[in-house]
Design a binder for this molecule. Structure first.
Ligand SMILES: CC(C)(COP(=O)(O)OP(=O)(O)OC[C@H]1O[C@@H](n2cnc3c(N)ncnc32)[C@H](O)[C@@H]1OP(=O)(O)O)[C@@H](O)C(=O)NCCC(=O)NCCS
Length: 160
């Protein structure tokens, strides 16, 4: 559990699926609006089913953490694992950090990162890593303030 009295952070259960779908869709829409990603936000139903399979299916791809205020999820992050990290240990990769717009600037995003970092340390991970868009200046300021470093990397991928 985390810090500030008006919200807490926990590992997401199936109960949070609707909220996870809503926030995931909102994030995809916001990224498209800001960075022209070309990704169209899915409908709620398909998003919810995809998230359910990814988090709770027979071969989970990720786990999720949610920030909850007065019973309502207001922020989230997905985490998946990297292997091999340094010394053949596992690493944690954080994907889609999101805080609902009216709740931003109140410490929720920072608390989510700190919570995930702590959970990663507890699990024996050797790093917590994330990517962000080079023009996402707000997010970059936040990560730098939290003491993350940005090792020089070029990301290559096939879009399949
Ligand atoms: C980035 C994000 C998760 C931060 O959550 P948050 O709860 O506002 O974060 P905190 O309150 O702990 O910290 C605030 C800092 O976040 C950053 N930030 C980025 N976008 C912001 C926004 N719209 N409103 C407020 N802060 C924002 C700023 O660096 C801010 O610090 P500042 O006061 O120096 O400007 C949130 O703004 C968000 O969901 N943005 C849209 C999705 C996104 O860009 N995610 C990151 C992709 S890698």
């Amino acid at each position: 559990m985390d810090s500030l009295p008006w919200f807490h952070i926990e590992r997401a259960t199936r109960e949070a699926l609707g909220a996870l779908a809503d926030m995931t869709i909102a994030n995809i829409a916001e990224e498209q609006a800001n960075w022209s990603t070309g990704e169209r936000p899915p409908e709620q139903g398909p998003a919810r089913r995809a998230i359910e399979t990814a988090l709770f299916g027979p071969e989970p791809a990720a786990r999720a953490f949610v920030a909850i205020a007065e019973g309502t999820p207001i922020g989230m992050a997905y985490v998946s694992e990297l292997f091999p990290g340094r010394d053949l240990r596992r690493g944690w990769f954080l994907k889609l950090l999101y805080v609902s717009a009216p709740r931003r600037g109140k410490g929720v995003g920072s608390a989510l990162i700190r919570h995930v970092r702590h959970a990663a340390e507890e699990a024996g991970a050797e790093r917590l890593e994330l990517h962000t868009h080079p023009d996402n200046e707000g997010a970059r300021r936040l990560y730098q303030r939290l003491g993350m470093n940005a090792p020089p990397r070029i990301v290559y991928r096939y879009d399949l």
